[in-house]
Structures are given as C-alpha cells and as structure tokens.
Design a protein around this ligand. Structure first.
Ligand SMILES: [Cu+2]
Length: 172
C-alpha cells in the first residue's frame, strides 16, 4: 500500500517537472512548487505568491509575489501567462492627475541585481485579464513567468479571500 502510493507520487512529480527543468541554470530545484513555497529560477527567488478569489464572471484577477535577485546582473520579467486568463499583463500603479490608475508595463519589470521587487495589492501586480473561470478561495492558480535572463518558471498563486484592496477595484 505504502509502496503503491509512493510510486504514484513519483510519477506525478515526474510529469510536472520537465518544463521547469528546461530552464534550470544551477543546482536549485526548479519544480512547480506548492503555493507559497520559494521558487528559484536562475538568480531569482520568488516567494509569497498569491491571488485573490473573484466573484463569478469577474473579468480580471490579480497576481502577487516577491522576487529577490541574488545575482550581480539585472534581470527583467518580460511576460506572464496563466491557463485561466486570455492575457496576463504586468501592471503598476501611477498617478494620472490626482487619480491613481493602473497601467501596463509594456517593457516589463526590471529586477535589479541584489534587490527585491514586491508585487502587491495597491502596487505592481500581474493582471489576469479575461478570466475563463472564477478564482475560488483556496485554489492554486498556475502562472508561468518569463524572465529575460533566468528564463521561464511556473509557480502557483494561492487564492486568498476577496478584499477591499483587490487590484480589480476600479480597474477596467
Ligand atoms: Cu491592473
């Protein structure tokens, strides 16, 4: 019984890892990690990944995480995608007159060498646009990030409950 379970677990592990491994550049593990685990790709360490639950038929959702660049060269988040949204953009908050608005970072988001960049509600964030399904609290939403130097990595956003500061508020 125990052996049978272990074999199945190993099989599942092997199925989900090859894509992430293709971009491995060092000895750290590059797997689709459980939500909120630290995911390493190249010199980048990504942690605290989460999203917010959405109402049924909500058009957009957010993606948040912290990226630490432990290397000596800048890197750049150039794109992101998730199977549950038609497009995923990288957004920042900016003042337009006296109104705070979100806008797309069309050139991506630089992760300076030795620094930490935080994507959070009310600040920079991923915008999941054209949701094909509602995000339910407790769900894991896979997101693939593509970095200029570190390459591609897939991680899970842990879906927290909705909140007043959800990024979709006042957006679109
Ligand atoms: Cu946005």
């Amino acid at each position: 019984m125990t052996r049978h379970f272990s074999t199945l677990a190993l099989a599942a592990f092997l199925v989900i890892t090859p894509a992430a491994h293709a971009f491995a550049q060092d000895a750290h593990s590059h797997t689709t990690a459980p939500a909120n685990a630290v995911v390493t790709v190249g010199t980048l360490e990504i942690s605290g990944a989460f999203t917010r639950a959405t109402l049924p038929n909500a058009p957009v959702g957010g993606g948040f995480f912290t990226i630490q660049n432990t290397g000596s060269e800048d890197d750049r988040l150039v794109s992101a995608s998730t199977p549950i949204a038609k497009t995923t953009q990288i957004h920042e908050m900016a003042m337009e007159g006296d109104v705070m608005k979100m806008r797309e970072l069309e050139d991506g988001l630089v992760i300076p060498a030795g620094e930490t960049v935080v994507l959070e509600p009310g600040g920079k964030h991923l915008m999941l646009m054209g949701l094909t399904a509602a995000i339910t609290e407790g769900a894991s939403v896979p997101v693939t990030l593509t970095f200029e130097k570190a390459g591609e990595v897939t991680l899970d956003l842990a879906a927290a409950g909705t909140a007043a500061d959800a990024p979709a508020a006042g957006h679109h």
